[in-house]
Design a binder for this molecule. Sequence first.
Ligand code: GAR
Length: 207
Amino acid sequence: MIKIAVFASGGGSNLQALIDAQDAGLFKGKIALIFSNVPESGAMERGENERIESVAIASKEYPGSREAYDAEVLRLCESKKIDLICLAGYMRILTPVLIKPFLYKMMNVHPGLLPKFGGEGMYGHHVHEAVIKAKEKESGATVHFVTEGVDAGPIILQGNVKVQLNDTPETLAERVLKVEHQIYPEAVRLFCEGKIKVVDNRVRILN
Ligand code: GAR
């Protein structure tokens, strides 16, 4: 059984989608840990309601470096024998301290069609604002593996939505979020079934 940790900083609707998918038996994995850098986040509350071990380390008050913080998180994941980390609205740039040991074992969901509208500063509503400003006809969501470049890792799954003329960042975010909730559990299912292979930094989905 694949042991999963979900990292979230905010509301945690993707976290909830993953919990619901697990409960519905969509994937053969177990969410064994919920981690947040924001102790008062909705994600922590959801985790506690679901009786899943939930740990927060407040990044705001953390006295050490980013690397020291990530080393603590790594120790936590190793102590729980985590096989897969799912970033679900985890609003913190990770260091190689955590990325390297979890290379191709850590996924992220992004609210846009990467490689467009990704990179530093492109998160949450910033992505939707940029998409509307650029008059894009389509947007969507991407699940990808986390590598050292921000939002640059190999893409696992994407889903599209049409951008409407009267869309605001909020209305677009709402529709994109629905896509995220579909493709993230599906990507986890593929991982748990050993169907994702990475060759030359590209994902191949096996039948
Ligand atoms: C989601 O839209 C996710 O794609 C985005 O934050 C939101 C979290 O929502 N993540 C990023 O922008 C990371 N670059 P949630 O807390 O309801 O799952």
